[in-house]
Design a binder for this molecule. Structure first.
Ligand code: NAG
Ligand code: NAG
Ligand code: NAG
Ligand code: NAG
Ligand code: NAG
Ligand code: NAG
Ligand code: NAG
Ligand code: NAG
Ligand code: NAG
Ligand code: NAG
Length: 388
């Protein structure tokens, strides 16, 4: 029998990494029809897009499945969080909230002045979103992600038996397996993502004998969690902005401050003019307002699963909205940032250390070496690693 090492690096990207998209840019058309298919619209929301897998052929390589005689030895999953409320950033939740307040203040003060046509809903609209936290839809996404990870990788890694729906903490001979160690930051939406993912993967809510107390889950008998705080100064490879101070000094908001509101007016003017055709006297939409309407469409879908703002834009305007968010993240965190590589280095060192079965005993990056130098926090040889 051929014995090959098959290593799968599964990148389940959460919302702070742009979701892979199967649409091709050549879809671009000059048709000014407003886009109404939410399955298409929702692929243009950058990091706010709901997670979806690439098509099998995305990288131009045929998917042949797991070749005969091969086994998956180890899987690494790096994600972050699923659907959340907008943040308090000036170009995110603050701009959205400002628009919501502007509309509500106007309709309250002018009950007889009416928005018309497709904007008639604004006459009774109230902005209802909180800030920053994982939504219930986000938790459901994470639960699904944990289930999918079990089906796609866990079943093979753990040699699932007939009808086995979830991870089993025992070997077939009934001795306990080494407990998987999940790692998350202490930020609410990220730790909550880890919790809901674990509910899906470890499956305590679908045991054959129902366990309404979720006893196994609650007492940590199935797995352990290493929570690294995000207090602003920690060495934390999953939140390296906390250890990379230069990032805060010069480049953390590069994409937003220097570029985002320069780019938005370049594409959104026609949409703003369209909105103003339906505005009552005394109310004027600005480009920031129109941008907020696109943003609120995305976030309300992640909150209540629908939004009245979604059918108001053309495909090109949605493509430009996506481009806006891509600019932001490219220059804040990725190759466009002077510190982007430094921010990613710690995680990469940890990945290499796990692949080569070595502890890391001193740090020259965002790594905290007191977390990477011992088996309890940094187990080597695990079938899978889940990072949030
Ligand atoms: C735009 O697309 C819609 C729907 O496909 C079609 O009905 C309409 O005729 C198109 N308009 C133009 C100007 O091409
Ligand atoms: C809306 O009204 C409140 C209460 O008067 C005020 O504090 C707030 O600044 C107004 N917001 C906008 C965007 O007009
Ligand atoms: C998987 O388990 C079956 C029995 O359930 C056993 O026959 C088989 O050898 C196991 N395969 C591996 C790769 O452990
Ligand atoms: C886990 O596996 C053990 C040993 O095969 C078995 O006795 C037990 O019922 C399984 N537990 C669950 C929850 O399926
Ligand atoms: C049970 O199975 C595991 C995995 O094959 C093995 O490492 C362990 O030694 C076994 N335990 C006993 C008591 O046989
Ligand atoms: C933890 O769960 C296991 C398995 O269900 C159970 O045997 C044990 O009593 C639980 N421990 C606590 C402290 O609840
Ligand atoms: C490293 O982690 C330990 C806990 O494992 C913590 O006490 C310490 O403050 C951390 N150091 C840094 C620089 O983050
Ligand atoms: C749009 O928002 C940005 C960022 O808050 C601000 O600098 C700019 O002045 C706003 N533009 C208008 C027209 O309100
Ligand atoms: C940084 O640490 C890594 C181990 O994590 C080591 O391989 C590398 O050589 C170090 N780099 C420098 C410049 O010291
Ligand atoms: C934290 O990171 C700094 C910079 O890489 C490093 O000098 C320090 O030793 C690290 N602390 C720990 C506990 O790893």
């Amino acid at each position: 029998m051929i014995s090959l090492t098959y290593l799968a690096v599964a990148a389940f990207v959460g919302q702070t990494v742009a979701a892979p998209r199967s649409l091709k840019w050549r879809r671009q058309s000059t048709n000014e029809t407003l886009l109404t298919d939410i399955n298409v619209i929702s692929q243009y929301w950058g990091q706010v897009s709901p997670y979806r897998d690439n098509e099998d052929s995305y990288f131009g390589v045929d998917d042949v499945g797991l070749p005969d005689g091969c086994q998956i030895e180890q899987v690494h999953s790096l994600q972050r969080h699923a659907q959340r409320f907008p943040t308090s950033s000036f170009d995110d939740g603050l701009n959205d909230e400002h628009f919501g307040a502007k509309v509500y203040n106007f309709t309250s003060a002018n009950p007889d002045a009416a928005f018309t046509g497709p904007l008639a809903f604004l006459n009774t609209y109230q902005y209802q979103m909180g800030e920053s936290f994982l939504t219930n839809i986000g938790a459901a996404t994470e639960f699904t992600s944990g289930v999918t990870f079990w089906n796609r990788y866990g079943r093979t890694l753990y040699n699932a038996t007939v009808g086995q729906l979830q991870y089993n903490a025992s070997f077939a001979n009934a001795t306990a397996r080494p407990k998987p160690v999940l790692r998350t930051t202490g930020q609410s939406r990220i730790e909550n993502s880890q919790i809901s993912w674990a509910l899906g993967f470890f499956g305590p809510s679908f045991y054959e004998t129902p366990q309404p107390g979720l006893d196994n889950f609650a007492n940590g008998s199935l797995f352990d969690v290493v929570v690294i705080p995000e207090g602003g100064t920690e060495n934390n490879t999953l939140a390296s902005y906390d250890s990379c101070f230069e990032d805060d000094l010069q480049s953390s908001d590069l994409g937003d401050l220097d570029l985002l509101f320069q780019y938005v007016p370049l594409y959104i003017g026609a949409a703003t003019a369209r909105m103003n055709a339906y505005a009552p006297d005394g109310f004027t939409f600005t480009n920031n307002d129109t941008y907020a309407m696109q943003s609120i469409c995305a976030y309300e879908n992640g909150y209540i699963g629908m939004s009245d703002f979604c059918n108001l834009f053309t495909e090109q305007e949605w493509q430009a909205f996506e481009q806006t968010l891509d600019i932001e993240y490219y220059y804040d965190y990725s190759f466009g940032s002077p510190t982007g590589r430094a921010q990613g280095l710690g995680y990469q060192q940890e990945l290499l250390a796990r692949l080569t079965n070595q502890y890391i005993t001193s740090s020259n990056s965002s790594i905290n070496s007191s977390i990477t130098n011992n088996a309890a926090d940094f187990p080597l040889g695990s079938p899978f690693y889940g990072k949030f």
